[in-house]
Design a binder for this molecule. Structure first.
Ligand code: FES
Length: 113
């Protein structure tokens, strides 16, 4: 048994995909920067609207505080897979929604290690 492993008797997943978009903002000039300073809030809003427009069901897009990968952001993580992406443009958001969430694959060129 290990953390993240689902066990017999666990309830069904409440969402098929749960997307956490870092919307942490630090003061200008902070050495680590922040995702909100790189437009993550706008990208989160676009992602919510686009997911709805695409008719994706059983999905939740949430704002997250700092996910501690600030230098690599704007970043998001999708559970239950635990796959991380860097999203810089609305085209990146489209790629994640289409290739990962809708098609069940990966937007490989945007994945964080
Ligand atoms: S500010 Fe986004 S991961 Fe830290």
């Amino acid at each position: 048994m290990s953390v993240g492993e689902r066990l017999p008797g666990d309830p069904d997943l409440y969402f098929d995909a749960h997307l956490f978009v870092c919307c942490n903002r630090r003061p200008d000039g902070h050495p680590r920067g922040s995702c909100a300073a790189k437009s993550s809030e706008k990208l989160r809003d676009y992602m919510k609207a686009r997911a709805k427009e695409m008719g994706l069901q059983h999905l939740r897009v949430n704002s997250a505080g700092c996910l501690d990968r600030c230098e690599l952001g704007p970043c998001l993580v999708i559970y239950p897979e635990g796959v991380w992406y860097k999203i810089e443009t609305t085209a990146d958001v489209d790629a994640v929604l289409e290739q990962h969430v809708r098609d069940g694959g990966r937007a490989s060129n945007l994945m964080l290690p």
